[in-house]
Design a protein around this ligand. Structure first.
Ligand code: GLU
Length: 562
């Protein structure tokens, strides 16, 4: 077969050569050891935790080594593509602080544009590049066209299966009975190709595999170590009949030309590795280093590990947003999944950004990591407890604007008040840890606003209503907004003593039967009247923020309703 002629027939429009492309996209000029990584999502409208997890590994590897982290949009599957998904992806990644050095970006007109010298970064715009390499493979007798539709080919393959034709049996005899669908596809003449093309028929381009399924190919994964697979013996598709490349072909061409040194991707691609090794060899490219990330798992009701499914809370990143998790908290949590020593480092370095942590692949585990939502909650509480009120206010309101509009309205009507509320218990050595998600804020401090204030906890039965009423009245009689917290509390102790409640907790504990209760109970009477709850942030500060008039209104209302 005259392969050069065949290549000319199939790709008459391709005039560029691989050498020209190599010159256009030269090796990157980076210091020794600098890693080039990419995040390569498909714009299907679904960003999942595993994606952010992988992107964080990419980002850390590149930026910790002085390398490059870029974004490539893998939009070769038009059927699965969702309108606007790529734009949304880019904005979510930005929210997560995953900053790309180059790649697909949002331009001033809101549309996707290329940033960097190794583009286009959207695979749908790289058709002319794939065709150059496709032509080269045909010229070298390493790929061939099949003028059947995918459906026809599948039918053929299943007919073979039914007839129990042993697949992958090759023979030079075109009439041999054992030939399988794949082998039959390999045979054609230039005249046949010419007439199919004249007819306007389309072809898929398949690799002509030299692999032997009985033989093994060895490779290494950065986390899993040395791996062995059967060689690829399948003539897999490189270009589909619409000229669009398959994942395999695009992966080899793009990661080569874009200079990727480390490919981090989900473990679902592991079985395809022999195909990729073969393809890099056929194309004369040096393969990248691979790191296949394990699936994120959950524990089911019986304590067994199960893959997270689309229906589970916590796979889809929009779950986190809707439930009010701050992206930085999710990133911190992912760091704990990535390296088991992260927790300890964080304890020793509470103020440092997570990017100061010396992340290493060596400490990654190859078994699936477990999504532990309570742990995410704890990590989040710690992170947010270290923020100042301004930051909490700004992130909270940004979230509430979309998800809790009524709360957003009251918060932003008086930002100073909101910030005073959010400052309570913040800043000291042991800051309060009430907030894991923005959804927690309203239940925690909504009572400051009449729109959300209600009596949630009732007084325990053991207390006389008349005691409560008297305590509330006495407290109001002595209340002076100008008191400092010590004087304010002395007055509460005074109320306690006058009602036969212990003013001193030690005294109370040594002889509880001698008192009707303690000053803690008196405080609780007031607290429930003012905040509606048994537990609240510091009551003195609460009253200072509410103001005298509101304190009186709430306590008087309670007295009337008792
Ligand atoms: N587009 C592929 C995916 O979303 C990317 C895999 C890779 O990173 O190579 O699974």
């Amino acid at each position: 077969m005259d392969f050069k002629r065949l290549a000319e027939l199939l790709f008459p429009d391709v005039t560029e050569t691989p050498e020209e492309l190599e010159n256009k996209y030269p090796p990157r000029n980076l210091p020794e050891g600098a890693k080039v990584t990419r995040f390569a999502p498909s714009p299907t409208g679904f960003i999942h935790l595993g994606g952010i997890y992988g992107a964080m590994i990419d980002e850390r590897l590149a930026h910790q080594s002085g390398g490059v982290f870029y974004l490539r949009i893998e939009d070769t599957d038009a059927k699965r593509e969702v309108e606007g998904a790529a734009e949304q992806l880019i904005s979510v990644l930005a929210e997560y602080g995953l900053n790309f050095d180059e790649g697909a970006a949002i331009g001033e007109d809101g549309k996707i544009t290329d940033l960097g010298d190794y583009g286009p970064y959207k695979q749908s715009q790289r058709g002319f590049i794939y065709r150059v390499y496709a032509k080269k493979l045909v010229e070298e007798g390493k790929a061939y066209p099949v003028f059947t539709t995918e459906e026809e080919f599948d039918e053929l393959a299943s007919a073979d299966k039914k007839a129990e034709v042993k697949s992958k049996v090759w023979t030079d005899d075109a009439n041999a009975e054992q030939k399988d669908a794949q082998a039959r596809q390999r045979e054609f003449t230039l005249e046949e190709v010419q007439s199919r093309l004249l007819n306007g028929d389309r072809f898929v381009l398949r690799i002509l595999s030299d692999g032997d399924g009985e033989k093994k190919v060895r490779t290494t994964d950065l986390v899993r170590g040395s791996l062995e697979f059967p060689e690829n013996d399948e003539d897999f598709v490189l270009l589909k009949s619409d000229g669009i490349p398959t994942y395999h072909f695009a992966h080899a061409v793009d990661d080569h030309l874009m200079g990727t040194s480390h490919v981090v991707r989900g473990e679902e691609w592991l079985p395809s590795l022999p195909k990729h090794i073969q393809l890099f060899r056929y194309l004369g490219f040096k393969p990248p280093k691979y790191l296949h990330t394990a699936q994120i798992m959950k524990l089911d009701e019986n304590g067994n590990k199960k893959k997270l499914s689309k229906r589970d809370l916590g796979l889809d990143m929009t779950d986190y947003k809707r439930n009010g998790y701050a992206p930085l908290c999710v990133c911190e949590y992912i760091m704990t999944l990535l390296n088991s020593s992260y927790d300890e480092w964080r304890m020793q370095n509470p103020e440092k950004p997570y990017t100061d942590f010396p992340f290493t692949i060596k400490k990654m585990s190859s078994s699936g990591c477990l999504l532990d939502l309570p742990k995410l909650g704890d990590v989040s509480k710690n992170v947010i407890s270290r923020w100042d009120a301004d930051r909490v206010y700004s992130e909270l309101t940004e979230w509430a604007k979309e998800y809790q509009k009524d709360f957003y309205d009251v918060l932003t009507a008086d930002p100073e008040k909101a910030k005073a509320i959010l400052s309570i218990g913040r800043g000291g050595k042991k800051p309060r840890k009430d907030i894991a998600t923005w959804r927690d804020v309203m239940p925690y401090c909504g009572f400051f606003y009449n729109e959300f204030f209600k009596i949630e906890d009732s007084y325990p039965e053991e207390f006389d209503k008349s005691d409560i009423r008297s305590a509330l009245r006495m407290f109001l009689d002595g209340y002076d907004e100008g008191d400092d917290s010590a004087v304010w509390f002395d007055k509460i102790k005074d109320v306690a003593a006058r009602l036969g409640y212990a003013a001193d907790m030690k005294e109370y504990r040594s002889a509880p039967e001698s008192f009707r209760g303690s000053v803690a109970d008196i405080s609780m009477f007031i607290r429930v009247a003012v905040t509606g709850k048994m537990n609240s942030p510091d009551l003195y500060t609460v009253m200072q923020i509410l103001g005298r008039e509101e304190v009186f209104a709430r306590i008087n209302r309670m007295i009337d309703n008792l």
